[in-house]
Design a protein around this ligand. Structure first.
Ligand SMILES: [Zn+2]
Ligand SMILES: [Zn+2]
Length: 316
């Protein structure tokens, strides 16, 4: 299963010409899950990867910059003739908020499911689940973890041959956990391999729950609204500095830290350098950048820049 994170909006609070409001698209196999949906998200998606038929939207909290784009998007799906249900998950208050907005939204022809999530609920999609955990912000706010199921170990072809199991359907049986002619799966299967793990902090002050959930995660997407010179302001507004986000990444032992929710006050390079002084493996994605998250044995998570239009060839 291919897993990637597409950064549709990386600004915090106010959009800029180059950065849209928070929205992060998780693509995992055939599933499309959006985390937050700031104003303008549908256009950000249309201008880049297209507006996918989302399976679900997870809202981190109800500050306007994180959900206002849902209104237009929900309506667009309706006008496009969507029939599949769409689930919108968020902290307690999600259902009440959208019920209040019904007179503005009108009815949708497709079922719109609004769900107040309890902390640590598990929403399953095929071979992974999404689970919310409370973080520290001025309002009730969640971070989310993508947790992929463990995978069976590798099948040892040589061991199977040595034990006299011929290639064919018997190999499949062993891989599914059945014994074959006195040979047990344990004799030919390697150890189970951990699934991938991605953690999204949402807006938060430095928070132990993020560190716990991000323990050995492949990728941590953490907000970095401020830099150390404004640490006091970060504390007052319940946000994090780049330095603090990097400390969490380091202590959790993650593979890659991606900083987002950037303020217009700083250059992204400064934000990155402040974090890298603490945690080397830090990136600051731009809008429309993507992080591919392969299985551990196939490589490290890596930032992928969008393909730009090729320069027109010079006429001879
Ligand atoms: Zn925000
Ligand atoms: Zn906020």
């Amino acid at each position: 299963m291919d897993v990637s994170l597409f950064f549709a909006g990386t600004a915090g609070s106010v959009p800029t010409a180059r950065r849209g409001l928070p929205a992060l698209l998780l693509r995992a196999g055939g599933h499309r899950v959006l985390f937050d949906c700031g104003e303008g998200t549908q256009q950000q998606l249309l201008r880049s990867v297209g507006l996918p038929e989302l399976d679900a939207v997870f809202v981190t909290h109800f500050h306007l910059d994180h959900w206002l784009g849902l209104l237009g998007m929900v309506k667009t799906f309706d006008l496009r003739g969507r029939e599949r249900p769409l689930s919108i998950y968020g902290p307690p208050g999600t259902e009440r908020l959208f019920t209040g907005l019904r007179p503005i939204l009108g009815r949708t022809a497709y079922p719109l499911e609004l769900v107040d999530l309890e902390p640590h609920a598990e929403i399953r999609f095929g071979t992974f689940l999404i689970t919310p955990f409370p973080v520290k912000h001025r309002v009730e706010a969640y971070g989310y973890a993508f947790v992929e199921d463990e995978r069976p170990g590798r099948f040892d072809v040589d061991a199977a041959r040595t034990l006299g199991v011929p290639e064919g359907p018997d190999w499949g049986r062993l891989q599914r956990g059945e014994a074959v002619g006195g040979v047990t799966p344990e004799q030919v299967m390697g150890e189970t391999r951990p699934g991938r793990r991605i953690v999204i902090s949402g807006d938060t002050a430095p928070c132990q729950a993020v560190e716990v959930f991000a323990h050995r995660a492949d990728v941590l997407v953490h907000e970095a609204t401020f830099m150390e010179e404004e640490r006091a302001r970060a504390r007052e507004t319940a946000h994090s500095t780049a330095h603090q986000a990097a400390e969490i990444a380091r202590d959790a032992g993650v593979g890659l830290l991606a900083l987002t929710h950037l303020s217009t006050r700083y250059f992204p390079r400064e934000v990155r350098d402040e974090a890298r002084a603490v945690f080397r493996n830090t990136v600051v994605p731009r809008d429309f950048d993507e992080i591919a998250v392969p299985f551990a044995e196939r490589g490290e998570p890596a930032l992928v820049k969008p393909e730009r239009e090729p320069e027109p060839a010079a006429t001879p």
